[in-house]
Design a protein around this ligand. Structure first.
Ligand code: M6R
Length: 615
């Protein structure tokens, strides 16, 4: 849950590391630090706060010379965010310096053992324990750094992506991975290491993504050697050609990544179905699915595992798969699923949904499902991510890098993929008439245009945001396909504006939440054309009778709700099955504008990180 970056080569390391940390800040931003080798010693600076705070501190504190260095941006697990707990951490001798993303679960026992041997610790972190364990092994076994790292990692339990170097041998960085991502960028006589490829994308298109339980020694002007941590065997690494470009990871003139990503939705939804949805020919073809269609059509049920926004996309998929393909679906929080001894058989298909492809709970749920014999299909955004590699097959969403911590385009592209899967299965099973099947294909291909149209209400939504920005609570209500959208709308508001918000199925309101309604309570109701339209209108009447303030998402041209609601946000008409793809747009914009008006850090909300690689 942190970002790590390192460089060894012939250029100045500091600017590369600093820039890399800025790009990785989405992974954690409660503290940051760098360690550089200046030709004779290590220059280390670290601070609580953001990378910008580090930049200021470095300019006053250390020399930034040197062609070898490592840097870290942190999301605290062990030890509160403060200067001392920030990474990098020195070993007791001051020779070794380390950065770490992950958790060493057995750190307390190791710490005790090392303390008995006279080691002292400045921080409360598990990472400082690890670097001292490496130092102790290096001394005891009289081995080089690489070997010491390997022996140490065979003793630890937990998850890690680490980079460590030795000031006495400043021509190599040792890196290793288990459970947290680590990419090695291969340049011309230079190497980059990072949690993802964004820190080095302008320098090289070639990268090795380490697999779990692999380590590498990255030496100046030499080849990278990758080994298995367990048995020391050499691995022939696969060098992947990166398709990422710089423009994709920059703000492109928008004030925030979140806004950029909201506005990218028309084009990324197109990217998601490009070459896969051939509406005129009546074809949906997903490379990862074709060979496994029978697994799905013969499955007893589909179990969807995911977290957060991806879980909400899973809930939308439950409606789609049951409605269109008539396959029973259960949607599970990955964090609950993994620990509750679920009944899974070989006749179950598990779909794991994850933007980052690194979420620890989702990953653990996948491993469990595989152990129990289920076929596991991934829906991921990040190409080459751990989840995309751990699943038997899958489909990428092709949303491009999502940097804003609050997920937006990941959600709509996940729903697009899940809808294509539902339609392909419906076609295979014959559960949809040809007419309805063709209608869905055509309507899905019109979604990017509808999203563009929904975005045109931005100014109006900003005005609504200004009216409600000081509310302390919000309720979000929806029914059927739009119940998960209500949950997602509430999550978006909570995470970036810190306003308490709850999502409910509209009909559940009278079983409790209605007690909350008074003239202070804004209630966002998704009231678009659907089978439940009249019922939702009745729910709106119930809120009105209790003086709640109604902000309704309605279909263009709606008159009934328009009369009842205090404010409306219009979206274009589309079949009910596809409405989540458009109704979610005004809710994203509403949250965004409220957070901006409140002066919150939209892209890096407090306490959060983009990918949750710890449980
Ligand atoms: O990368 P994932 O899709 O697996 O992440 C799951 C959640 O952590 C994520 O959706 C989170 O809830 C977002 N902050 C929501 O905006």
């Amino acid at each position: 849950m942190c970002g790590i970056v390192g460089y060894i080569g012939n250029r100045e390391a500091y600017p590369i590391i600093l820039n890399g940390l800025k790009r990785l800040e989405y992974r954690g931003y409660d503290s940051a630090g760098v360690a550089l080798y200046d030709g004779s010693d290590i220059q280390l600076s670290k601070t609580q706060g953001k990378v910008a705070d580090l930049e200021k501190k470095v300019s006053k504190e250390i020399s930034t010379k040197g062609t070898l260095g490592i840097g870290h941006t942190r999301w605290a697990t062990h030890g509160v965010p403060n200067d001392i707990n920030s990474h990098p951490h020195y070993s007791n001798s001051g020779d070794l310096v380390i950065i770490h993303n992950g958790i060493i679960e057995n750190y307390a026992a190791i710490k005790k053992e090392l303390s008995n041997r006279g080691y002292t610790f400045k921080s409360d972190t598990d990472t400082e324990v690890l670097v001292n364990l490496i130092e102790e092994i290096k001394k005891q076994h009289k081995v080089k750094l690489g070997k010491a790292v390997q022996i140490a990692l065979n003793q630890v339990v937990g998850a890690y992506a680490i980079a460590v170097f030795d000031r006495k041998k400043p021509d190599e960085i040792v890196v290793a991975k288990l459970g947290s991502p680590l990419a090695i960028g291969i340049g011309d006589n230079e190497f980059f290491v990072a949690s993802d490829a964004t820190p080095f994308i302008e320098f090289t298109n070639n990268a090795i993504y380490l697999e779990d339980e692999e380590m590498a020694i990255v030496r100046r002007n030499k080849e990278v050697k990758v080994r298995k941590i367990k048995d020391d065997s050499l691995v022939d690494p696969y060098i992947q050609e990166l398709k990422l470009n710089l423009e994709q990871i920059e703000k492109g003139g928008y004030e925030h990544f979140m806004l950029k990503e909201i506005y990218e939705q028309p084009s990324v939804i197109k990217d998601t179905y490009r070459g896969r949805l051939l509406a005129e020919q009546g074809i949906v073809k997903l490379g990862g699915l074709e060979d496994y269609i029978q697994k799905f059509t013969h499955a007893d049920r589909i179990i969807i595992v995911a977290c957060g926004t991806s879980w909400h996309a899973g809930l939308v998929a439950e409606y789609m798969f049951e409605d269109l393909a008539r396959i029973p679906v259960e949607v599970e929080y990955a964090s609950e699923f993994r620990y509750r001894n679920p009944i899974i058989t070989e006749k179950d298909v598990v779909i794991a949904i994850s933007q980052s492809g690194e979420t620890a709970d989702t990953l653990a749920a996948i491993k469990l499902a595989k152990e129990k014999g289920a076929f596991v299909y991934g829906v991921c955004n990040v190409v080459g991510s751990t989840i995309s590699r751990e699943t038997h097959s899958g489909t990428y969403t092709h949303a491009g890098p999502e940097i804003g911590v609050a997920s937006t385009k990941a959600f709509t592209t996940q729903i697009t993929v899940l809808m294509m899967i539902a339609l392909r299965l419906a076609k295979e099973k014959g559960t949809l008439s040809q007419r309805d099947y063709m209608l869905h294909l055509n309507e899905l291909s019109r979604i990017p245009g509808h999203v563009e149209e929904a975005l045109r209400s931005d100014d109006k939504i900003q005005e609504i945001a200004a009216i409600f920005k000081d509310a302390s609570n919000f309720l979000y209500l929806g029914r059927g396909y739009n119940f998960p959208v209500a949950l997602e709308g509430a999550l978006k508001l909570k995470e970036i504006s810190y306003i308490h918000a709850e999502g409910y199925p509209a009909a559940e309101m009278k079983h409790g939440p209605i007690a909350l309604i008074d003239e202070q309570m804004p209630v966002v109701v998704i009231a678009v054309n659907s089978n439940h339209y009249e019922k939702v209108v009745s729910n709106i009447e119930e809120i009105k009778a209790r003086k709640g303030k109604i902000i309704a998402v309605v279909t263009e041209g709606d008159t009934t709700v328009k009369e009842l609601a205090d404010y409306i946000m219009e979206v274009p008409k589309t079949p009910e099955t596809l409405t989540p793809l458009v109704t979610t747009i005004p809710l994203q914009l509403l949250s965004y504008h409220i957070a901006v008006l409140l002066g919150k850090n939209v892209d890096q909300p407090r306490n959060l990180a983009k990918s949750v690689t710890v449980e």
